[in-house]
Design a binder for this molecule. Sequence first.
Ligand code: APR
Length: 233
Amino acid sequence: MGRKQKIVVLTGAGMSAESGLKTFRDSNGLWEGHDVMQVASPQGFSRNPELVLEFYNQRRRQLLEVSPNAGHHALVTLENHFDVSIVTQNVDNLHEQAGSSHVVHLHGELFKARSTVNENHVLEWKKDLVLGDLDDRGHQLRPHIVWFGEMVPMMDVAAQITQQADMLMIIGTSMQVYPAAGLIHHVSSRTPIYFVDPKPNIRSSDFGNLTVIPKTAVDGVPTLVNQLFDTLI
Ligand code: APR
């Protein structure tokens, strides 16, 4: 048995839409009701920390109520035949809940908190996070989320993983936020790319080996996974 083919899966908010979590830029998306710079930037946090903490408390409470969808589960079955790495822009843990064994979070994790002073001091955190919740040195804790304008520490790891992909899947992302969206340029022109999104925001002509599947995650991912298994047998 040769080495397993490496599949890298880049996911965005659309991956979790059918689990009940809002996307950002769809109609009545998350950014429609909020000023991004007020609730998801370091400036916003220093200006009005309670507003920012409450924004993430609402999203954390909701995450406790939702479950992975058939798209998440299909990606887990992919691991039976392939070496699968999930590189997600999502801060939910639905890939982990479904059972994916290798997940890289580019924009942080909702169920973690970290020190405002020592960014490497990260804690599991599933309850509300409020002013006065401090790290072990007495510094205020903050959501372990990459805010607009902040560095994306996992980007190098994600780029190295993507470069090694024998196949790239991109699911449920508008490809508008960098550097995450730039990962598509890290695969060779021969690497097949499958793009699953009901309103795909990509031009097939831009890439050598791109298949656009204009479907939702629940509809498109299990079908794509089954097709890949069929080609194996
Ligand atoms: N299945 C698959 N894709 C879907 C579904 C669905 N059921 N519903 C919507 N989509 C697609 C939309 O068509 C869109 O292309 O999901 C994408 C969502 O795009 P965005 O809302 O921009 O989310 P995303 O691309 O993940 O945003 C990237 O921006 O706001 C920041 O840090 C935040 O990680 C986020 C980043």
